[in-house]
Write a protein that binds this ligand. Sequence first.
Ligand code: SAH
Ligand code: SF4
Ligand code: F3S
Length: 470
Amino acid sequence: MEQLITNETKQQYVYMDKCREIIKKKAELRKKPFTANIKTFGCQMNARDSEKLEGILENIGYEIVDSEDADFVLYNTCTVRENANLKVYGRLGHLKKEKEKNPDMMIALCGCMMQEETVVEKIKESYRFVDIIFGTHNIYKLAQLLYERFQTEEMVIDLLKDTDKIVEDLPSDRKYSFKAGVNIMYGCNNFCSYCIVPYVRGRERSRKPEDIINEIKALVEDGVVEVMLLGQNVNSYGKNLSTPMTFAQLLKEITEIEGLERIRFMTSHPKDLSDELIEVMKSSPKICNHLHLPMQSGSSRVLKEMNRHYTKEGYLALVDKLKQSIPNLALTTDIIVGFPGETEEDFLDTLDVVKQVEFDNAYTFIYSKRTGTPAATMENQVPEDVVKERFNRLLAEVQKIAAKKTGSLTGKVETVLVEEKNSHEEGFVTGRLSNNSLVHFKGDSSLIGTIQTVALDEAKGFYYIGHMVD
Ligand code: SAH
Ligand code: SF4
Ligand code: F3S
């Protein structure tokens, strides 16, 4: 296995060299460098994958640009809800016109949507101008597929149903110099009945702890002070390693990395959140005071139908324990409205949990039917007008609570990671608190990427205004 992975990486660098030659010649001929643009849909997993894809394209010699007016346009797609798919089809129509204007242009599609057979069939039929299609399990092969496309002049399609491979050590182009996402695991084994992710991302695979630690150490050497550990259910990390280890143990090891200041992670499934994890969170100041804990529904009956393996009472008890153990912990969540068979009573249970927990923020979604998932064939799909009405009620409640919660740290002095120059006010920068809130304060761009101590003077909307203190 080890040998295989190393060989795979080497092989891909050979393809990058080959593509570089081709691009270089073409660029010399037309006297203009080749440009590439990646548009990312969906979650942090896709965002991280796009950094790797961008790394490969840069290595080949493409100049990465912000606009789709480029020689290589890649859509890294999401299919978690129907509207994510619709967006991609809509934009492809526009890309076709761009391609007619630029004979060098290539269009590639990858990501979760491509793991669905019906999608690929549709593209083969109605979007024949697409050059390359690949999925979630073979992003490391981009250079190879591009090389094949240069050779064949035909649509190149490379899809795997699942994989047990983790290919390490490929190039990657990070979006920020001071913070980075780090995959700790891939795939998902939970099969929540509404969710397509396990079908398009495959079975759960944990990276080896030493690979994760080494990656973070290298990032720190490179100026990174904050990492976000990524996985669909980080709390089940390590179960399938040859020497099993828990997420809490991994986290503890990561806190010991010198020079690393902040650690975030997502997503935590409530069913697997252990006391050991709460202990580690409590014991290290490096672990941020924020937990994203998707509840999905407040009704025990719906949760059972969703295959979530916890109840309303179980969720509330867990939140209670977290709040008791970690003061000022910011809690955020995901909620689905209109799951098949959801009654007014079920919905009131969701509202009740929202009111009791007082989430700092909640991402609310209208249930979207995903073909192939168990929920798609359930009876009693809820009528659209009923769902919309519930969704609006939920949103109003969530916003009311979030507004009440922001500002709770007014008057306090907190550490802040400075992220960018403030886009609205000259001479101001924007930083992020441990609890994920934003604060604007006086400062210049030399502060970006540093940790500062800031007094939070005033809460405005969803952010604070503050000033730096020594
Ligand atoms: N692994 C994460 C979630 C990944 S998907 C977890 O379990 O928490 C992100 C969010 O999209 C989910 O939390 C859920 O709220 C929402 N989602 C997933 N499938 C959906 C569907 N079919 N319809 C509406 N929302 C959905
Ligand atoms: Fe989807 Fe559930 Fe897996 Fe999250 S844990 S990705 S919601 S199946
Ligand atoms: Fe979407 Fe795939 Fe993430 S379906 S939410 S991009 S894992």
